[in-house]
Design a protein around this ligand. Structure first.
Ligand SMILES: NC(=O)c1ccc[n+]([C@@H]2O[C@H](COP(=O)([O-])OP(=O)(O)OC[C@H]3O[C@@H](n4cnc5c(N)ncnc54)[C@H](O)[C@@H]3O)[C@@H](O)[C@H]2O)c1
Length: 354
């Protein structure tokens, strides 16, 4: 048996999530961390602590180091220019979410990567969670029947200091574009595409210009309807990061936060409770019984890295291709627009403007 040499990875951005990626890459037998690029003074000592070369400029790192692939964990506004630099150098990338700041920029990167044949995996890590994958399988296999009604929650209390950074108090810096995008990606992955959205947002609780709470309505392409409640001022375990135990830096509280209702039954996850009547012709006068789907437990971030290794070696398709992540971004931006303008927004409207 031939063993493949480990994938040589360069890291762009060694902040919060970049350091998590570095730890995963260092631990995985199929990867080596070759170097990192980050102009912040703290990154110098951090690179030294890992024993890898440090670059202030990612372009210099891309040109000087022998890399097989890169992880882009830069601020959102830098994703596209960094991505294009990687495309130019034929470097497969794990691009953090959101793929870009707007649909036009996302389109530029996706078109360039596809035209150059450079593989890209976008960091919507929840798709790599076993429960989300199992829910998608069950929906696609018709085990819930036609999907009719979908419901979800993201209710957390963020710490006051989180809002010290002025941009987090301004429109665009709030939970809709930073957090809801993960839930929208999960809902799309499990239940199919979203065609149009409506939303009401409120900033009453914190009093900032940016929203702290929102109620969202989705119409799926299949015809199913969905609702979603989000707030960053409500203490609760009802957020996927906490209920699933799949996140890197949250405690685990086994609860449900997504409910997928089909004509044969309802799946509540991540606990994977499958509710229905005992017989196919049962109705609301009959008992509901709970069965459980049993996905094999694993870690979403490790699964994500493993998919990336295979993608970079051109042995597998990305679980989150760039074009798909662009659609998730468009739905999220449509929700933001729907709340600001007080009208239903078709997702296609965002693409018509590019
Ligand atoms: N998938 C997830 O679980 C997850 C979690 C957190 C953040 N994110 C995403 O990851 C990205 C980074 O978020 P973060 O929270 O780590 O931010 P962060 O601010 O903690 O880190 C960003 C890092 O990039 C560095 N940087 C800035 N300009 C640079 C440049 N020109 N070249 C190289 N480095 C540069 C900064 O110095 C900083 O260290 C964002 O797009 C965010 O949406 C994803």
């Amino acid at each position: 048996m031939t063993t493949k040499p480990p994938l040589r990875i360069g890291l762009l951005g060694a902040g919060l999530i970049g350091r998590e990626h570095a730890t995963l890459v260092l631990k995985h037998p199929g990867t080596v961390l070759v170097a990192l690029a980050d102009p912040s003074p703290e990154a110098v000592g951090y690179a030294a602590s890992l024993g890898v070369p440090h670059y202030a400029s990612y372009l210099e790192m891309l040109d000087k180091e022998a890399l097989d692939a890169v992880i882009v964990a830069l601020p959102n506004a830098l994703h596209v220019e960094a991505g294009l630099a990687c495309v130019e150098r034929q470097l497969p990338m794990l691009m953090e979410k959101p793929i870009a700041e707007n649909v036009a920029a996302a389109m530029r990167l996706v078109d360039a990567a596809e035209a150059a044949g450079v593989p890209m995996l976008v960091g919507h890590h929840r798709r790599h969670s076993p429960d989300i994958r199992e829910a998608r399988r069950a929906v696609q296999a018709g085990e819930l029947g036609d999907i009719v009604a979908v419901n979800g929650m993201w209710l957390v209390k963020k710490q006051d200091r989180y809002f010290d950074a002025a941009w987090r108090r301004q429109p665009g810096g709030g939970p809709m574009l930073i957090n809801l995008i993960h839930d929208i990606d999960c809902l799309r992955y499990m239940c199919g595409d979203i065609e149009s959205v409506q939303a009401i947002a409120s900033s009453q609780a914190r009093g900032f210009a940016v929203e702290d709470t929102a109620a969202v309505i989705f119409r799926f392409t299949s015809g199913a309807l969905g609702t979603f409640m989000m707030s960053d001022v409500v203490p609760s375990p009802f957020t996927y990061d906490v209920t699933s135990g799949q996140a890197l830096y949250f405690h685990h509280e086994p609860e449900n936060c997504y409910y997928i209702g089909g004509r044969k039954g309802t799946l509540a996850l991540p606990m994977m409770h499958l509710w229905g009547h005992e017989t196919a012709d049962g109705d609301w006068r009959d008992r509901t019984v709970r069965r459980g789907l049993q996905p094999v437990f694993s870690s979403a971030y490790v699964n994500q890295l493993e998919n990336f290794i295979a993608v970079a070696r051109r042995e597998a398709e990305p679980v989150v291709p760039g074009r798909d992540a662009m659609q998730t971004l468009a739905v999220t931006l449509a929700v933001d627009r729907a709340a600001r303008e007080g009208r239903p927004v078709p997702v296609a409207e965002l693409f018509a403007e590019t």
